[in-house]
Design a protein around this ligand. Structure first.
Ligand SMILES: [Zn+2]
Length: 491
């Protein structure tokens, strides 16, 4: 619709400003984006602070001038590694293959454990065992992008300068791994104790680099998850932790402003999951002999690999555990998007909200907080706030999915997404609308809903008006030329 209006305008009325701007503000070639994850930042933590009579002025500052979603659904299992990889790739866990913090891959006959860093460094974990159609994290998509200028066929030199996209990724799950032959331009091996403010300083240095400045930055903070596990989300102590993170956001805003970046960089602050208050634990050994199977998972969700010939026995025994969700692989609910991957093992068990699972050699806690549960639970949903030139101001969006972040970033950075499970349609509402062409601005009475109906008619009317004006001008020119000639001819 707007293209039609714009072309008509160009042909007859010269409105170069209007047409130059008649693209989404989010598709500028020089867009920058900073994605920040605060691990385990539940969607309602800011509300809990307000209920306690305290404030989060820096989060509020961004929300007031940007967008916020009511909640953000994370993928099942609601765990840290899988969800950070879902955010980076736009894929459900069954698609990208990071299906837990502990995994067994029957094809490679190897195990993966977050606690054993060495086991996580093999590339096949991160590309689902294939270089052809495995997951592609956004930092790779960004760097692979040829950029809009090259696509437009500009000169090689110019496109080379403008189309080089660089990613700087600090401590994101998978960011220090060789995935499909690539790594981010800037990254560091995970350092849990790396000071939070220094993470901000370093990422902003990458944005301001003279030779290869990044256009995509990603930063990970392990809080408030770590503290939440210890005290639980309902503890009054959580209020102080959230306020501490608010002060960190204040530091980020201050640094961005000092460096003249605040209005240039799109910022997304989000998280990988929420947190539930623990009420108790379930000792699985009370129901089944745990020497009959191997467990891969955390405290709340287990992938179970029964010993040869024991699957039926183990399944039948687990089904007797009260309130425990037990599925054979083929029966895992479709809405989990957690079935079609060889690393999802023959039996899946999911603890009821607020409970942990224990067995011999696997400690579990019944105090504090936990996550990993069914992703339809509100307690597992995460925060989403965004601010910057591509985002609307003061807008609250409905709940959407963590996998939608990948296509959203691709849209903002104007890069071509790899295959993913997300939907731009779900998050497009967050983005600023393209500026209205002058012709549309003239029609104040036209509402958004009937714009497509009216604009072509309006354009034709204005076109006619300008033809008439041009004809009148031409007539006056001829008349004035005639008068001038007559005057010259006068003796
Ligand atoms: Zn955690």
């Amino acid at each position: 619709m707007s293209l039609f209006a714009c072309n008509l305008g160009l042909n007859v009325v010269n409105f170069p400003e209007t047409c130059a701007n008649n693209t989404d503000t989010d598709s500028k070639t020089n867009s920058k984006l900073l994605l920040i994850s605060f691990d385990g930042f539940r969607w309602d933590y800011l509300d809990l602070v307000k209920k306690a009579g305290r404030n989060t002025p820096n989060f509020d500052y961004l929300i007031k001038r940007g967008v916020k979603s009511k909640r953000m659904r994370t993928t099942f299992t609601t765990s840290t590694l899988p969800n950070h990889y879902s955010m980076a790739t736009g894929m459900y866990q069954e698609s990208h293959g990071i299906v837990g913090k502990e995994m067994f891959d029957p094809l490679f006959n190897e195990s993966f454990s977050k606690a054993d860093i060495e086991s996580t460094t093999k590339s096949f974990w991160w590309n689902n065992g294939t270089d052809d159609d495995g997951a592609e994290p956004i930092w790779i998509t960004n760097q692979k992008s040829k950029g809009k200028d090259e696509a437009k066929g500009l000169t090689k030199t110019k496109s080379k300068i403008k189309s080089e996209n660089w990613s700087g990724v600090l401590f994101w799950v998978g960011s220090n791994m060789n995935i499909r032959g690539h790594r981010p331009h800037y990254f560091m091996n995970y350092d849990h104790l790396f000071p939070f403010k220094l993470r901000i300083d370093l990422t902003l240095i990458w944005f301001l680099g003279k030779v290869t400045p990044i256009n995509l930055g990603m930063m990970y903070f392990p809080e408030p998850d770590e503290f939440g596990h210890a005290v639980g989300p309902e503890s009054p102590l959580m209020i102080d932790k959230i306020i501490e993170l608010d002060e960190l956001v204040g530091y980020l805003i201050q640094q961005l402003k000092e460096k003249d970046l605040f209005d240039q960089i799109n910022i997304i602050i989000t998280s990988d999951h929420g947190l539930a208050q623990l009420k108790g634990s379930i000792n699985i050994d009370d129901y089944v002999n745990s020497s009959l199977f191997s467990v891969y998972g955390g405290q709340t969700v287990w992938n179970i690999l029964p010993n040869e010939g024991e699957e039926d026995n183990v399944y039948d025994a687990l089904k007797k555990v009260p309130n425990l969700a037990v599925y054979r692989k083929r029966d895992i609910p479709e809405e989990f998007h957690y079935r079609y991957n060889r690393r999802i093992l023959p039996i899946l068990v999911v603890a009821p909200e607020g409970y942990t699972l224990c067995t011999v050699g696997r400690n579990c806690s019944d105090k504090g907080g936990a996550h990993g549960y069914n992703n339809s639970l509100e307690s597992m949903h995460a925060i989403f706030i965004a601010h910057g030139p591509s985002f609307r101001r003061g807008y609250e969006a409905d709940t959407f999915d963590i996998v939608d972040i990948y296509p959203l970033i691709c849209k903002i950075l104007n890069i071509t997404p790899a295959p993913n499970n997300g939907s731009l349609a779900n998050v497009r509402q967050l983005l600023r609308k393209p500026p209205k062409p002058l012709m549309q601005l003239a029609a104040q009475h036209v509402t958004a809903s009937n714009l497509s109906e009216y604009t072509p008619v309006l354009t034709i009317k204005i076109t006619k008006l300008f033809i008439i004006v041009n004809l009148v001008q031409a007539f006056l020119l001829v008349v004035s030329c005639g008068i001038a000639v007559a005057l010259i001819d006068m003796p």
